[in-house]
Ligand binder design. Sequence first.
Ligand code: SF4
Ligand code: SF4
Length: 341
Amino acid sequence: MRTAMLGKTGLEVSRIGMGGIPLQRPSVEEAVRVVHRALDLGVTFFDTAAGYGESEERFGRALVGRRGSVIIATKSGRRTEEEAAAELERSLQRLKTDYLDIWQLHNVSNAETYDQVLGPGGAMAAARKALQAGKIRHIGLSSHNLDIAIEAVKSGLFETIQFPFNYVTREPADTLIPLAAERDVGFIGMKPFAGGMLGRADLSIKYVLQFDSVIPDPGIETVEEIEEIVGLVEDGDWILSPAELEEIEARRSELGTQFCRQCGYCQPCPQEIRISMAMITEAMWKLWPREIFMEWMGGVIETARTCLKCGECESRCPYELPIRERIGESIAFFDRVAAEG
Ligand code: SF4
Ligand code: SF4
């Protein structure tokens, strides 16, 4: 497996990582088999989060006896020092390790949250103490908001930044990726397949691998998926042909007016609707186990039903998405799934 350095962390990771959201869906035995296959194929970088259901436990079980040869990254979405520190202890237990290679402040996607995690009593204080105590080796941040991610990289406080990057969400290519490379901050590219929206895996993988400093970490659920992706990485022929570039452009213009980047620029909503969540109901259905989907999305959809159709959100969305229409579709999708039992 090809490898690459992850910014200033000094960590040498496989050229592609394995993301852990979908690992919750198969049986425990199957999840362990998928991770073992990834290891056999040379994948050494595993990224999960405390909030991904049983994902951490499953990685922990699968990586027993392999700790010394893998890089483990996880995340905490807790915002206060106390809560984040407690969550870190749980992550260490679940992952069956006494240290994490990278611990990331999870989904810091608006200014208020950024200020909170970095302010007095915020999660960053827990990260600093954990670093001193040797419980974590590097501090990272994940975000869906380009402005916040850029600020985080400029702050010099983080050694890695995790951000969505694919040929539809390609805005980071002009700003965030070169900036991170210049500051030697490792760039972990989440959602290389845009949450399963892009179709052909080869185009998605080739596109992101053109960027030397990007380490993509696609979410993997099956042995077949990891085999296909590693095959594409090892092939080494990442140059996109004119026909492939044309196909990418066609797909991009088709999805460009539908695809929510989860950047949060459309907020706030007078009804406190979590717009970006309400926009990705179908993608969530594909990624998460039914029980968790119903619990999480049930609340989001209930609030979405109160939409006033005022259009304030649409005037703020930089991608001009038809948010009101998409929310209506999300509600209909949720109701259909709920009715199926
Ligand atoms: S609807 Fe638009 S502004 Fe809101 S999160 Fe999605 S892409 Fe961003
Ligand atoms: S249209 Fe609906 S979702 Fe958008 S701001 Fe108004 S109430 Fe909120």
